[in-house]
Design a protein around this ligand. Structure first.
Ligand SMILES: *Cc1c(COP(=O)(O)O)cnc(C)c1O
Length: 368
């Protein structure tokens, strides 16, 4: 059958997510593998979230609260904004898609760093918009080049802070200067999926004083520091007018009941959040020290992940490590031929990664 789909849809390359551990173990006949490929929380979900979900299972014959009253209210109080400034979503992916649907007409342009989170590009294309990719400068988002790429058709700019996959960040001073040059009708979407892990106090945190600038849309997620990636909950804090557009576009029940309950409980589990952040910091410091002792360069990060240069084909290293049950992310398709991205795991996972990498590189003679 000849499909009647528009070209701007059929030309989209499907998103290739990091595969689940179970699928990889089945394919390679391995057990007890270590996954450091998707920046997930190795501690598991917040125990309070798990308990809250269990106690709500009996109510699952009912539709969710489509307004997300409890979670939205908690988020509004946390940041000192009104509930009509908050939009919750089925992951922050959902909110990215809603922004694209709500603010891009056919042929309108959205600027984004290259490489960056693939969902920006996909969501923009699905909405009939044009993704305009602006290459990084080294490992940093090139804000000057982004400003130069603005045209009368630009309606939004995606910025990731800290940036995935590089771990770099934008400071407050730099962002403030940037905003002065952005046209008044262009939305600047600050994707802060990893900001809980940031250690540089100078980083721009869009929710330190929210809603100062109606163009700024803050995106956060429960998938990383809160350990709830499987539940799919993210949120945006934004101007009420912008939020009103997203409410027109979204599905009425875009966040399911258990996800709402899990997120609300996790938001109050300060102990778990602190433990997550601490574990990730310790893991990153340990990994980077050990890598440095092995003569392997790794790069500074404000996230729970970082890049390292294995000085041989990253695709080959990825595949060989996979066969040993250690799952990492190759940066080859991002244009970093010899780089891997890993997130910090638990101590024994980090040791296993180092052991397998060291063995592999010494076999390959890739070490000096
Ligand atoms: C993981 C991640 C997200 C979060 O996605 P969810 O849909 O909330 O799980 C958003 N942006 C970036 C850059 C990420 O890496």
């Amino acid at each position: 059958m000849k499909l009647n789909t528009p070209e701007y849809i059929s030309s989209i390359k499907p998103y290739e997510p990091g595969r689940p551990i179970e699928a990889i173990e089945r394919e390679y006949g391995i057990k007890n593998s270590v996954k450091l490929a998707s920046n997930e929380n190795p501690l598991g979900p917040s125990p309070k979230a798990v308990a809250a979900v269990k106690s709500h299972l009996a109510g699952m014959n009912r539709y969710p609260d489509g307004s997300g009253h409890v979670l939205t209210g908690m988020l509004a109080r946390k940041y000192g904004v009104n509930p009509d400034n908050v939009v919750i979503g089925n992951g922050s992916d959902d909110i990215i898609a809603l922004l694209a649907q709500g603010f891009l007409g056919l042929g309108d342009e959205a600027l984004m760093p290259l490489p960056s989170f693939l969902m920006y590009e996909i969501s923009v294309k699905v909405s009939g918009g044009v993704p305009v990719m602006v290459p990084l400068k080294g490992l940093d988002i090139d804000l000057d080049a982004i400003l130069k790429a603005v045209t009368p058709r630009t309606t939004m700019i995606f910025l990731t802070n800290p940036n995935n996959p590089t771990g770099s960040h934008i400071t407050k001073d730099v962002l403030t200067a940037f905003m002065k040059e952005v046209p008044e009708n262009v939305l600047v979407i600050m994707d802060e999926a990893y900001i809980e892990f940031a250690r540089d106090k100078a980083i721009y945190d869009s929710l330190a004083s929210p809603l100062q600038d109606p163009r700024i849309v803050s995106l956060r997620t429960f998938s990383k520091a809160y350990g709830l990636a499987g539940f799919r909950v993210g949120y945006g804090i934004m101007d009420a007018g912008v939020a009103g557009i997203l409410h027109r576009v979204r599905q009425p029940f875009n966040v399911n009941s258990l996800a709402q309950v899990a997120a609300a409980a996790a938001l109050e589990d300060h102990e778990f959040l602190n433990q997550s952040v601490q574990t990730m910091h310790q893991g990153i410091d340990f990994l980077q020290e050990q890598l440095s002792a092995m003569g392997i360069q790794s790069f500074p990060t404000q996230g729970n992940f970082f890049l390292l240069d294995v000085r041989m084909d990253a695709g080959v290293v990825f595949q060989k490590m996979l066969e040993q049950g250690v799952i990492v992310r190759s940066m080859k398709s991002y244009g970093f031929e010899t780089y891997l991205r890993i997130s910090a795991g638990l101590e024994e996972e980090n040791r296993r990664f180092l052991f397998v990498l060291e063995q592999l590189l010494s076999q390959a003679g890739g070490m000096t």
